[in-house]
Design a protein around this ligand. Structure first.
Ligand SMILES: [Zn+2]
Length: 188
């Protein structure tokens, strides 16, 4: 069924996990979706953009994260592909009775058909949400970075400063992933 992923208690948001054939539901807390590019090496690795060694191995793909609350947890992260996001935004917009509302406040059903199937996020009704429940950018971004094995953002730190500060660590994560491919005999 629905459960929590890797703990990121330092920053308060975990990744929602829905098992194959499982279902869950939650309420979207914020209109903000945090988009990043990742590579897949048996696990997700954050793309280092300019001069990224992983880009030589495989194409990065974009994933977005949004924050929800569930009956069992105050705040969780949901990972979405761009197409899943387009679909969610389209469905939420269409079923809001012609009223233009954002993503925040929509109750969503979460389901996953099979182990390798993407998470399906389906809006069911607009219930509204206290704007104060939305995580700050720092909390949200820190939780996402944590998923990729990277440190939290410091208070007031912008994305550019953060990227510069963690770049060496990020490249180490990427190079370790590449090295484990080489050990398996794989080449770019
Ligand atoms: Zn890359």
């Amino acid at each position: 069924m629905i459960g929590n992923g890797r703990p990121v208690s330092e920053v308060g948001l975990r990744l929602v996990k829905v098992s194959a054939g499982g279902r869950g539901s939650g309420v979207i807390l914020s209109d903000d979706v945090l988009w990043v590019r990742q590579h897949w090496f048996r696990r997700a690795v954050l793309c280092a953009q300019e001069g990224c060694p992983a880009c030589v191995w495989n194409a990065s793909r974009e994933v977005g994260f949004l924050a929800i609350s569930t009956a069992s947890s105050a705040r969780l992260l949901v990972e979405l592909s761009p197409s899943a996001f387009e679909r969610l935004a389209g469905l939420a917009g269409l079923s809001s009775g012609g009223r233009c509302v954002g993503l925040a406040g929509w109750r969503v059903d979460l389901s996953r058909r099979g182990l390798r199937s993407p998470l399906v996020v389906e809006p069911t009704e607009f219930v509204g949400v206290d704007p104060k429940a939305a995580p700050s950018y720092q909390v949200m971004a820190s939780a996402v970075m944590r998923l990729y094995g990277l440190p939290a953002l410091r208070a007031g730190e912008d994305v550019v400063a953060y990227a510069a500060r963690v770049r060496d660590g990020q490249l180490a994560v990427i190079n370790a992933a590449i090295e484990s491919e080489r050990v398996r005999g794989n080449t770019p």
